[in-house]
Design a protein around this ligand. Sequence first.
Ligand code: NI
Length: 255
Amino acid sequence: MFTDSHAHITKEFYEDIDVVIKNAKLNNVNRIIIDADSIESCYEVLDISSKYDNVYCCLGIHPENINENVYELDKIVEDNKDNPKFIAIGEIGLDYYWTKDTKDKQKEILRHQMEIAKKYNKPVIIHSREATKDTIDILKEYPEVIGDIHCFSGSYETAEIYLKMGYYIGVGGVLTFKNANIKDVIVKLPLNRLLLETDSPFLAPTPKRGETNEPANIPIIADFLANLKGISIDEVSKQTEKNINKLFNIGDINE
Ligand code: NI
């Protein structure tokens, strides 16, 4: 059994969400954690997670959407604080690749959402692109908060810093790409701190590169990781499931 720790399963990207979730189950991907990236998608992921037993949601505003009203997020989180399907604040972070002219605003919105995570004792799902130093500096201001460094693409030294801070490292389709340097980093990281993710609909793994990604592709990434580390796919499954249960404080549906 597997969990997709990070996917964007919304109407914007998929015609039939039912089919996506059924396909995942057929491939032993029994749990899917879906991330919001805007206020509108917060409402949508709440709705979808309420309809499926095995779907959980994260609420947050992505750095590409910093003009959204972050105070509305405060209200949505407060209204859902007892909702067992709401398990993290995400996807949040800093992205200086697409939008470097808004650095200050991005940092302000990230800090606001880290405050929410601290207040409600939720882990965070972090997006960081070309912003490693600022991301680490801000996360260090909140030592009470841990989470997932989603789609990690940094150096071994950077990974070590995040691991020391208590964060988990998200491993997705990029690992399977030819010439991906991230292989040399991931192979050295401890399995008990890795999470499998697709980031669907983006970043489909080889040999599905270029297609619309789906949670059903998680076993391809797990198999690749198992071969890279020289362990069985069963070991990858068991440990990454434990990691999910621990970080997000959710029960193991397989027990
Ligand atoms: Ni994402």
